[in-house]
Write a protein of this length. Structure first.
Length: 220
């Protein structure tokens, strides 16, 4: 049976969370919404529509949602050519691929964003497939993206490990029955990741790579 190594992308493999915070804050500001950056940061990891609902409430005028998303996307696109890979991201994916894991990226990014992200990671040769929020009815923290990623990898939940940087990631993996590991490089506190289901927490991909032999990956 196949083993699947599932990875969130933003904030986990590429250092983009604070760029997203800035772009969402500016998009909200342009639309007349005053939303503190710390609240936006905690919402990063949700699909765009869910992020807007989380920040502005279900009773908002939803007619402006598309314009908000478009403004964020336009602002964020200005960074596409300089997105920074997090330390060890490419080496971690290649190490798992060499060890026989099927590496699947699980992301809420659009196709254009994903192209920029994978270019930044620079390890396409190690990636088996990509599961997008566009492929499922509900994004994280629902388990749907994780289930879809498992289908793409041909792996069972008990033979898989998910790595992410947000509480939404941990909740989605836990609900799908997949062991999840948290990374601090997205800016979310260790306690929040553990409370949401992380079995262990590492600083960044390089730290996880250094401890790979004793991590959840070594127990499957």
């Amino acid at each position: 049976m196949e083993r699947a190594a599932l990875f969130d992308v933003d904030g986990t493999l590429v250092d983009t969370n604070h760029l997203h915070v800035t772009c969402w804050w500016e998009a909200m500001r342009q639309a007349g919404h005053e939303v503190p950056m710390h609240a936006i940061h905690r919402a990063i990891g949700l699909p765009g529509g869910d992020l807007i609902a989380h920040l502005l409430g279900d009773d908002r005028d939803t007619s402006g949602d598309d314009a908000l998303s478009d403004a964020h996307d336009t602002l964020y696109a200005t960074y596409f050519q300089r997105l920074p890979r997090l330390p060890g991201a490419d080496r971690l994916l290649r190490a798992l691929d060499r060890d026989g894991w099927r590496v699947v990226l699980v992301t809420s990014a659009s196709s254009k964003e994903l192209e920029a992200l994978t270019t930044a990671i620079g390890a396409d040769d190690a990636v088996t497939a990509t599961a997008s929020a566009d492929d499922v009815d509900e994004g994280k923290p629902a388990p749907d993206p994780i289930h879809h990623a498992l289908d793409l990898a041909g792996a069972a939940a008990e033979r898989s490990v998910f790595v992410g940087d947000s509480a939404w990631d941990m909740k989605a993996a836990t609900r799908a029955g997949v062991a999840c590991l948290g990374l601090l490089c997205g800016g979310i506190p260790r306690a929040d990741l553990e409370e949401a289901g992380a079995r262990a927490v590492y600083r960044d991909p390089a730290h996880l790579l250094d401890d790979l032999a004793t991590s959840a990956f070594a127990r499957i």
